[in-house]
Structure formats: C-alpha cells, structure tokens
Design a protein around this ligand. Structure first.
Ligand code: ZN
Length: 506
C-alpha cells in the first residue's frame, strides 16, 4: 500500500465509526422528537433511560482508543494533505467532537447532568411562584459547574469564551462586546424614533379569534411555497416549536397554535422552516458525517430569522400572501389592507418577555443576558444580585421594569439546563441574516419583485449555494468572510431595521 492509499484507508475506517455515531445520534433525535410530539406521559421514565443509554454509547465511542489511534495515524505522518477538502473538514470535526468528549471527566458529566435535571425542576417551581429564591441555590451550583466546564475545555482569556464556543465556534466575548454595545446604542436611538412617530400602529386584531385548523393549514401551505420540502420532511404539533433532523432527507418541524394569537403558528412555522431548509440543503455527500448539520447556532438562527422576518414580515411578501390569508379569515381581515397588515405584524415596542419580543427590541433582551452571563462566569456578579441587576438593565435599556421574577430573570429555561453561552446566538442570527441579505440584494437585482410574485426559488438557491450546502464544512467566520468580505458587524442590521421602521411608522 502506498502512503496515500493507506491514508485513505485509515480515514475511511475513522469515517465508518463517525457514521455509527451519527446513526446513534439520529436514533436519539427520533426518541427526543417523539417525546415532544406523540409519546404518552407514562413513557417518560423509560424514555429518559433509553436516551441516556444512547448518549452513553455515543460518549464511549467518541472517547475510545480506537478513534484516538486512527486520528493519531492520520495526523502524525502529515498525511492530512492527501485528503480532499471535505475529508479534512470531516476529520477536523471528528477531532473537535472527540476533544470535547475526552476533556470532560465522566464524574463531571454525571454531576452536570444531575445538577441540571434538578435545577430544571426548581426553575419551574420558582417561575410558577415568581420567586427567585427557589431557584437560587441550584443556579449557584450551575454557575460553579459552568466555570469548571470552561476550565476543562480551556480558553485564552475569558472562561465565558469556552461556553460561547460550544454554540458559536470561534466567537469570543471580546469580539461580541463592541458589536453589542453599538447595537444597543443604535436600538435605543431607534426606539426613540418609534416613540416620536406621528403614525402609531395597533396590533390588537392579531389577538382576536382565528380558527386553529385554518391557521395550521395556511402556515403549512406557506412554508411549502417558500421551499420547505415535504417529501423529505414533515410538520407536527408540540408545546414548544422546534426543528430537528434525523438526516438530510428527514427534517422534522413542529409548531403550536393559539386561536387568540395569529402570530405564533404562522411566523413560528416560517421560522422553523428556515432552520429546516438549511438542514435539507446540506450537500448529500455529507450524509451521516459530522458535516451534516448547521455550522453554528448563530448561522442556523440567521436562516430561520431571514425567512421569518426579512421575507415573512416584508411588505412585498404580504402583497403576495395577503389575499389568501384574507380569504381564509374573511370575517376578521376583510377591512384590513395588505399594507396595513404588514404594519400590524411589525409593531415594535418594549416588552418583558424575550420570546414575544419584536425584531428590534429582541436584541436588548439578548444583550442584557450576555452581560449578566459574562459577569457571573467571571465572578463579577453574585447569583443573589441577579434579580436587581436584571431589573435595573430592563429599565435602562427598555424603559420597563418586571413586576416579578417570573417575567424577569426566571423567564428562560436556558440557565437551568446549563445553556450559559447560548443566548448570543439569537442576536448573531439577526446580524448575520442582515449581512447576507445586503449581499443578496446585489446578486439578485429583482429580489423584491420576486418576493412580491411569490417566487422564492432564486433566493433559496442563493442560500443553498453560499450557506446550506456547506453544512459544517465551513466555520461561521469563514462563511461570513467569503460571502460578505467583512467580519461580524451590526451595521447591516441597523440599516435594514431602520428602513423598516421608516416604512411602518413614518
Ligand atoms: Zn430558531
């Protein structure tokens, strides 16, 4: 065997193991999806065991000597250069996943899983009672665990970076801080502009009665028309909407429907379809490899938010989609025009709850969490002071103060499962999406005309070519540099959102 055949042979053996891991992860995802959609309540305990068995098998395989030896063989004789680009990317991801697995001692993983599962219960109780003190001790334990987690992973200057990196590879707090500071200042300025509007908008009509079945049918038809592929995917109902994939050709979306809130089902499903079309667009050559998923949480959110907000909340979109919505709900919408409806679904005003926040003020909710997490992990903020710091920042940034902890610092599940470092992804998604749209507008001169005619093929094709097909083969910063020729910035988003504010409020 010559060295190049040998390299390929070693790589293929490693790839085979990675594919087995991928199959186990997909099986685990099926069980998780079923748990949220169809599983009877009685199955909860057994299901938890089944999921933890699969997770243990995955962990064993990733930390096995066999994988270690194969990686060493590929690395040590400098043979990586003999691999094709996608093979090198696959190897890089296998190494990253293995390092994340071996760096954490088994006792630590067990401790983390136990503490977070208890914390999720005390968080629920605390939120129900609107009382932070019920969650306080568990949260203190989690902050301690996340600091140790960061130490195990390793970091250059800030332990919080190690946690951000779990969701947004390569991103650091130092990179985010100046971007978020400018975004915060820009948002506060734009809120003043909205407050000074001579032309306020009421969205009360959205919270009247809309039949559930009709809402779901309309939302499903909408995502089909924008390009979600139902041959390789499906939609079901769940308490919290999500997107999961068991493979490039099996992408599952869920939605929920409220008869007294027209936004939730429709925009929620367009959002999830944005995630789903990303997964469906990955190069099929990557099937069952570590490259067959989105490259980061931030880039994933850029895809869902692009479709939800930049397409789904644009005036052009509603000029096309509104007649069908109006004939679905004639008694509610017959006296409202498409242009008015566009304004109604773009109402922007400060509110307490992140998940209900509009496109503009949403970022302030994220920046607040980012600052608090950074201070907590670095020991500049004590857990006991979270409620008062939270409320002070709400007042400073949004001009409103939560009446209690349930609508303040207890509103999100993330801290209870140890998801510190996750929140920045949401705002990154908005910033990336605006940066991508700016380039798309140059590449597709008839961009708005196409949306207005309900033609989404070229837009989806652009996303496929530049983003989707690469899966995890390119990092978020590589993608951004290649597409936009500049690193992460808030300017495209602020420019985009100001254009919309002018249109809605002036
Ligand atoms: Zn999302």
């Amino acid at each position: 065997m010559n060295s190049s055949t040998q390299t390929l042979d070693t790589f293929n053996r490693l790839l085979q193991t990675a594919k087995t891991v991928s199959d186990l992860s997909s099986a685990s995802a099926v069980l998780g999806w079923d748990q949220e959609t169809y599983m009877p309540d009685g199955a909860a305990e057994e299901r938890a065991e089944q999921l933890s068995t699969l997770q243990a098998l995955i962990h064993q395989m990733m930390t096995s000597d066999e994988i270690g030896t194969l990686i060493d063989q590929l690395g040590s004789n400098g043979s990586e250069g003999e691999l094709e680009e996608w093979q090198r990317a696959t190897l890089r991801e296998i190494i990253r996943n293995r390092e994340q697995a071996v760096k954490l001692p088994e006792a630590f993983v067990r401790e983390m899983s136990k503490v977070t599962s208890l914390a999720q219960q005390s968080w629920k109780r605390g939120r129900m009672a609107a009382d932070f003190s019920i969650f306080r001790d568990d949260l203190a334990r989690i902050i301690d665990i996340k600091r140790r987690h960061a130490d195990y992973i390793g970091f250059a200057e800030n332990p919080y970076d190690a946690l951000i990196d779990l969701y947004e590879p390569g991103m650091t707090a130092a990179q985010l801080r100046p971007v978020f500071d400018r975004l915060k200042a820009g948002t506060v300025r734009l809120l003043d502009k909205i407050n000074a509007s001579p032309n306020p908008v009421s969205d009360d009509i959205l919270f009247t009665q809309f039949g559930a079945e009709k809402q779901v049918a309309f939302a499903k038809d909408t995502i089909k028309q924008i390009g979600f592929n139902f041959t390789d995917g499906r939609v079901d109902l769940s308490a919290h909407p999500f997107c999961t994939s068991f493979g490039i050709r099996d992408v599952r979306l869920t939605t929920r429907v409220y008869e007294d809130d027209l936004r939730s089902c429709l925009f929620g499903l367009i959002h999830e379809a944005g995630h789903g079309m990303y997964e469906q667009g990955i190069d099929r050559q990557y099937t069952r490899t570590p490259l067959a998923e989105g490259t980061s949480m931030g880039i994933h959110e850029s895809q869902s938010l692009f479709w939800e907000n930049m397409i789904g909340r644009s005036p052009e979109f509603w000029r096309w989609a509104y007649p069908a919505l109006q004939s679905t709900f004639p008694d509610r919408l017959s006296s409202i025009s498409a242009e008015e409806f566009f304004r109604i679904v773009n109402v922007m005003k400060p509110s307490m709850i992140r998940v209900e926040a509009d496109e503009l003020t949403y970022n302030l909710h994220i920046i607040l969490r980012f600052e608090i997490e950074d201070d907590l992990i670095n020991g500049r903020l004590e857990v006991d002071h979270i409620p008062e710091v939270w409320n002070a920042k709400m007042e400073e940034y949004l001009g409103i103060v939560p009446a209690n902890d349930a609508e303040g610092c207890l509103q999100d599940v993330h801290w209870s499962f140890g998801g510190q470092g996750y929140f920045p992804s949401y705002s990154l998604g908005k910033l990336y999406a605006a940066m991508f749209q700016r380039v798309m507008l140059k590449d597709i001169p008839d961009y708005y005309g196409q949306i207005e005619r309900g033609e989404f093929g070229e837009i989806l094709g652009w996303l496929r070519t530049h983003i989707h097909r690469w899966g995890k083969a390119k990092s978020p910063s590589e993608l951004t540099m290649e597409i936009c020729g500049e690193p992460l910035s808030e300017s495209a988003f602020l420019e985009y959102i100001e254009g919309k504010i002018d249109r809605v409020y002036y």
